[in-house]
Ligand binder design. Structure first.
Ligand code: NI
Length: 186
């Protein structure tokens, strides 16, 4: 159990395609998850991916079930350990097969001090495993869908600035949101 250093954008380890986890319910895996949780909580993050602490594995954690000062208005997302994930974009409704994308503000602990409007699929199904090897299969939308897409992007070497389309809405948190009553260290 330890708070680990979070790699920052520019570090080539953030650009790797992560390796699948092959051993579930192992001491090493539980220790890694414990470190990720400690590190995420210390940074008030809504999620953290193993590559962000330099570990080349397909493992992310996320969740906002306690009030998060970085995302004070965000709806609750259950605390989740997600391993070897696959994301399937879904149409916004049964009557329209269009894959709807929505934009909203994102930050990242590996890109401190900045925020941008990032397009993401509005509704997704994600599947994977928890740390015990039990399957996870959820269909979600909104902020939950956004967090999952952001974290899983870390497993394919993508940071949110690589998804930005409108760079007029990419900037420093303290400039974009003056007076925001939240820590500005991310
Ligand atoms: Ni991130």
């Amino acid at each position: 159990m330890a708070i680990r250093d979070i790699l920052k954008m520019g570090d080539p380890r953030l650009l790797r395609i992560a390796q699948p986890v092959t051993q579930f319910d192992a001491d090493e895996l539980h220790l890694l998850i414990s470190d990720l949780l400690d590190t995420m909580l210390a940074a008030d993050g809504a999620g953290l991916a193993a590559p962000q602490i330099g570990v080349d594995l397909q493992l992310v954690i996320f969740g906002t079930d306690t009030r998060n000062p970085r995302y004070p208005d965000a709806p609750e997302v259950p605390k989740t350990v997600l391993i070897n994930p696959v994301i399937i974009p879904l149409p916004a409704s049964e009557n329209d097969a269009t894959l709807l994308e929505v934009e909203d503000w994102e930050g990242c602990l590996s890109v401190p001090g900045l925020r941008a409007m990032v397009p993401r699929f509005a509704r997704i199904r994600y599947i994977g495993f928890d740390q015990y090897g039990d399957p996870i299969d959820r269909t979600v939308e909104g902020f939950h869908a956004r967090v999952v897409q952001h974290e899983c992007d870390h497993l394919i070497g993508k940071l949110y600035p690589m998804r930005v389309r409108d760079f007029s809405r990419f900037g420093y948190t303290e400039v974009l949101f003056p007076g925001l009553d939240a820590p500005l260290d991310d």
